[in-house]
Design a protein. Structure first.
Length: 104
């Protein structure tokens, strides 16, 4: 009665095995903003070109997959949740009497 669960069961729920719908919307919106900026802004210098291309690069960076997390955006959200939540941990273990003294 041993059960074997494949390691990639969550990948079947993702688009192309990598992206959630929000990830694709975020990336495509960054690319769309970049294309619109490329069409209407003159590329006069390197600094302007970098600024115009930055929405696509930033959105691409946020949806880039990383090990142990889904993507960079997931790491940023988890870090924000950790830093803004209450950091009080209560001991509840099996080797201690839950912090209460035994009555003898």
């Amino acid at each position: 009665m041993n059960y074997l669960i494949p390691a990639n069961t969550k990948k079947g729920q993702l688009i192309l095995g990598i992206f959630r719908p929000f990830d694709l919307i975020l990336f495509l919106s960054g690319v769309l903003v970049t294309i619109i900026l490329l069409a209407f802004m003159p590329l006069t210098s390197t600094a302007v070109t970098i600024l115009i291309l930055s929405p696509a690069f930033i959105c691409g960076f946020l949806v880039m997959p990383v090990p142990y997390y889904h993507n960079i955006l997931n790491i940023i959200v988890e870090l924000y949740d950790f830093l803004t939540s209450v950091q009080t941990y209560y001991w509840k273990g099996w080797c201690f009497k839950d912090g209460k003294e035994s009555k003898k």
